[in-house]
Design a protein around this ligand. Sequence first.
Ligand code: DGL
Length: 270
Amino acid sequence: MNKNFDSRPIGVFDSGVGGLTVLRAMLHAFPSEHFIYLGDTARVPYGTKSASTIERYSLQVTQHLLNRGVKALVAACNTASALGLDAIRNHCLIPAMGVIEPGCRAALRATTHGRIGIIGTRATVRSDAYRQTLISMDPSVTTVSYPCPLFVPLVEEGWFHHPATRLIVEETLAPLHQENLDTLILGCTHFPLLKSVIAEILGARIRLIDSSEAIVDEINQQLTTRIVPASPDQKGTLTCLVTDATERFLEVAGRIIHDLPIEHVEMIDL
Ligand code: DGL
C-alpha cells in the first residue's frame, strides 16, 4: 500500500435523504475519494426527537460506519451535528466533522454588521449549538435563532417553488424581518433547496450560508492536515446505505437531487 494515499472511504451520515445535498458537494469537490453515505431513514426525522435520543442514534450510526472501516466521518445532518458530535468525537479516534463549525466560520466571514440569524429544526435550535459556537468564535456577534419545522416535508415533496411553500416560508420567516440581519445560516440539510424562495422573501441584502459548501472547505483543510487523501489516479465510488425503505429513499433522492450517481441502495440494520 502506498503510504502517501489512503483509499479507505469517508463516511457521511444523515437522518435521511437531506444529507445528499452535502454529499453532492463533496462528490463534486473530491472525485477520487470513496464515500459511504448512511441515511437513517427508519428513524427520520431527528429534528423532532430529544437530545438523548439524537445522541444515541448518532452513536449507533457512527459505530456502523467505523465497522465499515471509514477513515473520517462527516455528520451532514445539522441536528446530529448539534446534538451528537461531542459524543461521536469521544467515541472514535478518526477525524469527525459536523456542519455547525464550518457553517459558523462561513457566516462570520460573510457578516457585515455581526447580525446573524440561524434557522433549523426544533432540536437544532433548542440545542443552541449554532449560537454558542458563533459566540465562542466571535463574542461580538448578535444572533437570532428560529425553528422552521415545516420546511423539511415541503422539500421532501419536491415543492421547491409551490405557492404553498412560498406562503409557509413567508409566514415562518416573518419575525426575522424586524431583526435587521445581514446573514442567515441555513442550519438544516433541506433548507439550501429552498434558497431561492428564502432569498426572494428576505431580500438580496441578507447573505445565505449553505453548510454543504462550508463543509467542503473544512474537508479540504483536513485532507491536507489530518486525513490522508485517496490517490488522485483513482476514481471514487459511492456506497449508499439506509435503515428503511430503499424505494422511498430513491424516490425522494431523485426528487430533490437529480444528478447523483446512486445506482444501488443497501438496507442495513443498526
Ligand atoms: N437532516 C436534518 C437536519 O439537517 C433535517 C431532517 C430531520 O429532522 O431529521 O437537521
